[in-house]
Structure formats: structure tokens, C-alpha cells
Design a protein around this ligand. Structure first.
Ligand code: MG
Length: 397
């Protein structure tokens, strides 16, 4: 993807106070902060855009009093500073756009935080439509018959031909939609329920693309339950593997292995603290989400990583797994060396890895093997490590 194709910013509208989903619980947070599959809806909505290769930046529009909830919900995601929204959705979308004026984005995707199951394929479809249009909206055909009813009786059937249900994200040429919002405000057209309507008010032609039935808007407790079922049904298990090897070098011991210092005459040479176990583990986690390898994210040519604690690299891989909505199920690391002896430290290593990953030690295995005197490892010239990581992740559509 070229740089010019990444001139797109996403605005996530999360300034509503919808609590219908919490069924009358006045103390409940607004629905966008409620968990869905163990993660706040907002984290899923914003994360879908933050991880999309066609989106350069994400800004969320929130209520001022929700700042603490926002910080908790988006921990680990790389987002622009949030901005404060207005009294209506229309106001909030406009304020989000105004905050980005001058930031040089050519296109914008505006999305409701209450659609947390938005998939990458839908985001790509809307972006692609902007090649030929100033505005594009995902829609779904109305397949149910439309009835008019009064006092519990049907009084008529409406013609559904040409009727569609509009979803978000809606995509726009940035200047076009900002000007359309300003015009609607100046005209006193304040009851517009989506940005496509704002553009239509300004006389701008809006293209349609195919929506996604799973991209449902969560309004009621039933919607939330349906989203939980969709998410659970779409989860898949991914396995990543990693390998690393380091030679013993000039630095004196101890040797750093799986986050712990182990007494030994010589330390390992190489990148950062040369923790061969955590390097293999980082690659296993990155492999499970097809996110490259440790060398790509932390090049050894970068002086920042000289002597760095390798727990930092694992933590970044964990952040990436979580940003995709993934859960780390289990990891298994095997250290291969003639010395030092690993077995007496294996439990403590497993506990340290569990701590870095935020999982329980029964899901973080550390084992040891020797090379039976064969090859470089057998001659005691260094230490190798293999790792496997299992991740549960909702399938990206
Ligand atoms: Mg290494």
C-alpha cells in the first residue's frame, strides 16, 4: 500500500450515553464501554481501524465525563488524543472532523462505536469506493416486508423497493464532509442521523457499497447477546512458533533467560539483553497474528534496544495480539543448552512469563533440553530456544 493510500483518518463517534442495553441500570456506563467477548466495545470498534492497513490514524469522540473509561478501554491501542463531542451524534461527528482540519488527511471514515464487529473487508470496501466517489455508505437491502400499524392492527404495506438500511463506517472526502457538516449547522438542519444524510443535505451524491449483516449496531441487551454469539462463533485458534539462538560472548554472567538472571560464567552475546527465550517467545506471538518478527519491530541497528529488557518486546507482541481482539491461550518455551541447568529455574521462568503475558502460570510452560553434545550447542558455545504460542482470535472478515 502506497503512502498516498494511507491518507485516511478514522473518526469513531463514542459520545452517546446509550444505556438501554443495561436495562434501566442508571449507574451503568454508556454501552460503548461495556465488555463484548471480554473487551470493551470501544476497544473493538477503534481497534478494527487502528489495525487496518488503509487507515493512518484514529480519533475517538467521547463525552468529557467518560475520559477515565476511555483511557481504560483503549489501553494498548495507538490512537490520537480523543476529543469531546456534542449533544447529538451530528454535533459529535462534526466536532471530530473540525479537530482534524489542517491535519492533511484526504479521506475520513466515520464509524459508530456501537458497531464493534466491523470487519476489515467492510472497511476496505468503503475505502475502495472513495476512489470514484466523494461519499460512500455501506447498505443492506430490506428483506422483511414493511408494515404500517395502528392500535395493534396492520393498516398497510409499504413498498420496500429501493429501500436500504445504512451502516457505518461511512467514507468521505475529508473537505467535502467537513463543509457539508458546517453547512447543515448554518442551515439549522440539526436532526440528521448519519453523515450520509449530512452530505445529501449539501447536495453531494453518495455511493453505496455492500454492508455486512454481522456489523450490527448494539442498542439493546438482545443485540449485545447476539454480538457475543457471533464473536464466539467466529473465534479461531492460531498457533505461532519462534526460534532463536545466541552464542556466549564477552560479557560476564549471569545469563538472562526467560526474564530471569541465571548464574553462569558468561552471558550471551547479541541483541538487547540477549534473552534467547523471550526472543523466541516474541516471534511465536507475532507469528500467531502474522505480524512479522522481532527484528522487524526492534531492529538491532537501533541503539534504543541495546541492552534493553526483552520483556519489552514480548509486551509489544502482547499489545498487538490484544489490539486484534485476540486472547493468549497458552505458550510453551524450550531452552536448549548444555549449561547452565535450566530445570531448577523453570517454574520461576514460567511465573515471570505468565506475569509479562497477563496469563496464569499454568498456561506458560518452560522446558529444557540439551543437544546431547552435538553441534555448536552441544559444545556449549551458546543457547537456543524454541517457542510456541496459541492465540484465540475472532476471524477478521
Ligand atoms: Mg535473539
Amino acid at each position: 500500500m502506497s503512502v498516498s493510500e494511507r491518507d485516511c483518518v478514522a473518526v469513531i463517534v463514542a459520545a452517546g450515553r446509550g444505556t438501554r442495553v443495561s436495562q434501566g441500570d442508571e449507574e451503568a456506563p454508556a454501552k460503548q464501554y461495556l465488555p463484548l467477548g471480554g473487551r470493551p466495545m470501544l476497544a473493538r470498534s477503534a481497534g478494527a481501524f487502528a489495525c487496518h492497513p488503509g487507515v493512518a490514524a484514529v480519533r475517538v469522540v467521547i463525552r468529557g465525563e467518560d475520559r477515565d473509561l476511555y483511557d481504560q478501554a483503549t489501553d494498548g491501542l495507538t490512537l490520537l488524543e480523543p476529543v469531546i463531542g456534542g449533544a447529538t451524534r451530528q454535533d459529535s461527528a462534526r466536532l471530530g472532523l473540525e479537530s482534524l482540519e489542517g491535519a492533511d488527511f484526504g479521506r475520513v471514515l466515520i464509524h459508530d462505536a456501537a458497531r464493534p464487529l466491523v470487519g476489515s473487508a467492510l472497511i476496505s470496501r468503503v475505502l475502495a469506493a472513495l476512489d470514484d466517489a466523494k461519499a460512500a455508505v455501506p447498505v443492506l437491502a430490506v428483506t422483511d416486508s414493511l408494515k404500517e400499524a395502528r392500535e395493534g392492527r396492520i393498516t398497510g404495506t409499504a413498498d420496500r423497493t429501493g429501500l436500504y438500511r445504512a451502516q457505518t463506517p461511512q467514507g468521505f472526502d475529508f473537505k467535502t464532509v467537513l463543509e457539508a457538516h458546517r453547512r447543515a449547522l448554518a442551515d439549522g438542519a440539526l436532526g440528521l442521523t448519519d453523515d450520509a444524510a449530512v452530505c445529501a443535505h449539501a447536495g453531494i451524491s453518495v455511493a453505496v457499497v455492500e454492508g455486512d449483516e454481522d456489523n450490527l449496531k448494539i442498542t439493546t441487551a438482545d443485540d449485545l447477546a447476539r454480538a457475543e454469539r457471533l464473536l464466539a462463533g467466529s473465534a479461531e485458534t492460531r498457533i505461532g512458533q519462534g526460534f532463536d539462538i545466541h552464542a556466549f560472548g564477552d560479557r560476564p554472567g549471569p545469563v538472562r533467560l526467560c526474564g530471569l538472571d541465571v548464574a553462569h560464567a558468561r552471558g550471551l552475546a547479541g541483541h538487547s539483553d540477549a534473552d534467547v527465550g523471550l526472543h523466541a517467545l516474541t516471534d511465536a506471538l507475532l507469528g500467531a497474528i502474522a505480524a512479522g518478527d522481532i527484528g522487524r519491530h526492534f531492529p538491532d541497528s537501533d541503539p534504543r534496544w541495546k541492552a534493553a529488557d526483552s520483556a519489552l518486546f514480548v509486551a509489544e507482541a502482547v499489545r498487538r495480539v490484544h489490539a486484534l481482539g485476540g486472547t493468549i491461550v497458552h505458550v510453551d518455551v524450550t531452552l536448549i543448552c548444555e549449561a547452565p541447568r535450566i530445570a531448577p529455574h523453570a517454574d520461576a521462568m514460567s511465573a515471570r512469563i505468565a506475569e509479562i503475558l497477563g496469563i496464569t502460570p499454568d498456561r506458560a510452560s518452560v522446558k529444557a533440553s540439551t543437544a546431547e553434545g552435538l553441534g555448536a550447542i552441544g559444545r556449549g558455545e551458546g543457547i537456543a530456544a524454541q517457542a510456541v504460542a496459541t492465540v484465540r482470535i475472532a476471524r477478521t472478515r
